[in-house]
Ligand binder design. Structure first.
Ligand code: FAD
Length: 494
C-alpha cells in the first residue's frame, strides 16, 4: 500500500452491522469478505481497503436511516457511485460504512420545455443523454468514463469531459440538488429557476467529494443537439508548437466544442489499438471539434484551419463526414486503455494550467521523465489546460510505484508553480492530499475544515479525503510559507 489517508483513530462499531440489518432489507447489507471485495477500491487501484460493511439502500428514507445510525454511533460513511473515481474518493474505511447509491438509478422526469431532467444519483452519465435524445436534447458534460460513471459521482467530483471547454463543467450544467446531511436531514440547494436566493450552496456542494452530504437527487440542464459538428485533426512536429497553437486558437475568439491533444507515445498507442489513421510520426496531434449552426460551423472550420497552419501544423485534416469525425475521436477515447498496452501499469495525473503555459509545462514534464527514468504519454483536454500525463511504470519492479508517485507529485507542483491547480477533474480524494498542502496555505485549509465542520461536526462523511490536516502538511513539509513566516511552528516537521 502506498501513502495512507490522514491518520484517524479507528472506531470499531460491530453492533452497527446488526442494527443496519434490522432496519434495511436483507439484500441491502453486505458484510462477508467475498461481498465486500468488489468495493475495496475505486479507479485508483493502488489504494485498497475493505469496508466494515456495504449498504445498498433503495429509498431516500433508507439513506436517512443509515446516516442517522452512523451519526448516533459516530461511524464514518463513504458514499460511492460507480466507483470509477481516479483519486480514491470512494476508497472505503476499515471501520466505516460504504454507502452505495447504485440502486438510485432512475431518471425521474424529463422536461423538454424547460430543458431539464430530474435524475437519481446512480444514473449513468450517458444514460441521461440517451434518454434525452428522443427530445433532441443531451447532457453536455461527457467524461471519458461516461458509459459507467454515475451523475452523483460527477457532481461530487465536478467532473469534466471533452465538451466542457464550450459547455462548462458539471457545476455549470446542474440546477438543483437534494441531499441528506449526516444527521439524516433532507435539504435542497439551488433551484429549478436560473437563479436561487442566498449563498451559492449548489457550487459548494459540487466537487465536495462526499464530505458535506449525500446527494439523492439532481436536476440537470439539457441542451439542444447542435445542428452540425465538424472534426479537424492537426499534426505538429513539436509538442511545444501544438501547445502554443491551442493558446492561439482560443485567443482568436473561437471556442471549439472540444480541443484535445495527444503526444507521440499516445498517438502510437492509440493507432495500434484502434487504427484511426493518425499520423504516427507526428510529435503531437490536436483533435478539434466545432459545433453549432451550419453556417457558423463552416466559417469556423475555415478560420481554425488557417489558424492551425499558421501556428505551424504540418497537416490539417477536415473530417469529410460524421464517420470520419468519430474516427478522429476513436483513438482519443481509447487512448487510456491503449496506453495500458505500452506498460504493465500507468499512473494518470490530473492538473490544470493556464493555456499559455502548455508548451513550457510539457517540456518540463519531458525533462522530469528523463530524470525519473519513467516514460510518459500525454493525452489531455488541451483547450481547458487540463493535463493528463500518464506515467508508465511496472509495479513489479521494486520502488517503481513510489518513483511514479513522486514524479506525479512533481508534475502537480509544477502546475501550481505556473499558476495552475493540482486538480483538474478527478478530484483530490486520497491521491492529492499532499499537493493540496502546496496549493493552499494553512489559513485556507483551516477555512475548508470549518466549512466541513459546519455540515459535519463530527467529521463522519468521507473523513481523511480531499482536505489535508495541518499536521499532514507539516509532515509533508510543503506548507505554504508566506513572507518567510512559518505557520504553526509548534508542529513537528520531518
Ligand atoms: C477510464 C476513465 C476515464 C475517466 N475520464 C474522466 C473524464 O474525462 N473526466 C472526469 O472528470 N473524470 C473522468 N474519470 C474519473 C471518474 O469517472 C469521475 O470522477 C466520475 O465522476 C466518478 O463517478 P463515479 O460514479 O464513479 O463516482 P465514485 O468513484 O463512486 O465516487 C467519486 C466521489 O464522489 C463521491 N460520491 C459518489 N456518489 C455520491 C453521492 N451520491 N453523494 C455524495 N458523494 C458521492 C464519493 O464519495 C467519491 O468521493 C475517468 C475514470 C476512468 C476510469
Amino acid at each position: 500500500m502506498p501513502r495512507i489517508p490522514d491518520e484517524r483513530p479507528l472506531s470499531p462499531q460491530p453492533g452497527i452491522i446488526d442494527e443496519l440489518r434490522r432496519r434495511l432489507p436483507t439484500a441491502s447489507v453486505l458484510s462477508t469478505p467475498a461481498e465486500l471485495a468488489p468495493y475495496e477500491c475505486d479507479g485508483l487501484t493502488a489504494f485498497r481497503q475493505r469496508p466494515m460493511v456495504v449498504v445498498l439502500p433503495e429509498t431516500v428514507e433508507q439513506v436517512q436511516t443509515v446516516l442517522r445510525l452512523c451519526h448516533a454511533a459516530r461511524v464514518p460513511v463513504v458514499a460511492r457511485g460507480a466507483g470509477t473515481g481516479l483519486s480514491g474518493g470512494a476508497l472505503p474505511l476499515e471501520d466505516g460504512v460504504l454507502l452505495s447509491l447504485a440502486r438510485f438509478n432512475r431518471i425521474l422526469h424529463i422536461d423538454p420545455d424547460n430543458g431539464t431532467a430530474r435524475v437519481q444519483p446512480g444514473v449513468r452519465n450517458l444514460a441521461i443523454t440517451e434518454a434525452a435524445a428522443a427530445h433532441g436534447l443531451y447532457y453536455a458534460p461527457d467524461p471519458s468514463s461516461q458509459i459507467a460513471c454515475s451523475i452523483g459521482g460527477n457532481v461530487a467530483e465536478n467532473s469534466g469531459g471533452v465538451h466542457c471547454l464550450k459547455y462548462g463543467l458539471t457545476v455549470h450544467n446542474i440546477l438543483r440538488l437534494t441531499l441528506i446531511g449526516i444527521d439524516g436531514e433532507l435539504f435542497e440547494v439551488g433551484a429549478e429557476a436560473l437563479d436561487s436566493p442566498g449563498l451559492d450552496l449548489l457550487a459548494l456542494m459540487t466537487g465536495s467529494e462526499g464530505m458535506l452530504a449525500v446527494i439523492v437527487e439532481i436536476t440537470v440542464k439539457l441542451l439542444p443537439r447542435p445542428e452540425r459538428a465538424q472534426g479537424l485533426l492537426a499534426a505538429f512536429d513539436s509538442v511545444e508548437r501544438a501547445g502554443a497553437a491551442v493558446a492561439r486558437l482560443i485567443a482568436s475568439g473561437i471556442t471549439p466544442a472540444g480541443l484535445e491533444m495527444m503526444d507521440n507515445p499516445a498517438i502510437r498507442a492509440a493507432e495500434a489499438f484502434v487504427h484511426a489513421g493518425y499520423p504516427e510520426d507526428a510529435a503531437a496531434v490536436l483533435i478539434c471539434e466545432l459545433d453549432g449552426f451550419n453556417a457558423e460551423v463552416s466559417f469556423e472550420v475555415m478560420r481554425v484551419r488557417e489558424l492551425l497552419l499558421d501556428a505551424g501544423a504540418t497537416e490539417v485534416r477536415t473530417a469529410r463526414d460524421d464517420a470520419e469525425r468519430l474516427n478522429f475521436w476513436k483513438g482519443r477515447k481509447a487512448a487510456f486503455p491503449a496506453v495500458g498496452r505500452l506498460s504493465p501499469d500507468y499512473y494518470c495525473m490530473d492538473g490544470t494550467i493556464p493555456r499559455r503555459e502548455l508548451a513550457t509545462v510539457l517540456k518540463r514534464i519531458e525533462a522530469l521523465s528523463e530524470r525519473y527514468g519513467l516514460r510518459v504519454a500525454n493525452v489531455f483536454h488541451a483547450g481547458d489546460g487540463n493535463l493528463h500525463p500518464l506515467i508508465l511504470y511496472d509495479a513489479n519492479v521494486p520502488g517503481e510505484l513510489d518513483k511514479a508517485e513522486d514524479f506525479g507529485g512533481d508534475i502537480l507542483e509544477l502546475c501550481v508553480q505556473v499558476g495552475g491547480t493540482v486538480t483538474g477533474e478527478h478530484g483530490v480524494g486520497v491521491e492529492k492530499l499532499n499537493q493540496m498542502c502546496v496549493q493552499f496555505d494553512s489559513d485556507e485549509l483551516t477555512q475548508m475544515h470549518a466549512v466541513k465542520a459546519a455540515f459535519d461536526p463530527h467529521g463522519l462523511l468521507n473523513p481523511g479525503k480531499a482536505v489535508p490536516t495541518l499536521h499532514r502538511c507539516a509532515e509533508f513539509g510543503a506548507m505554504h510559507v508566506h513572507h518567510g513566516e512559518l505557520k504553526f511552528p509548534e508542529l513537528p516537521r520531518f
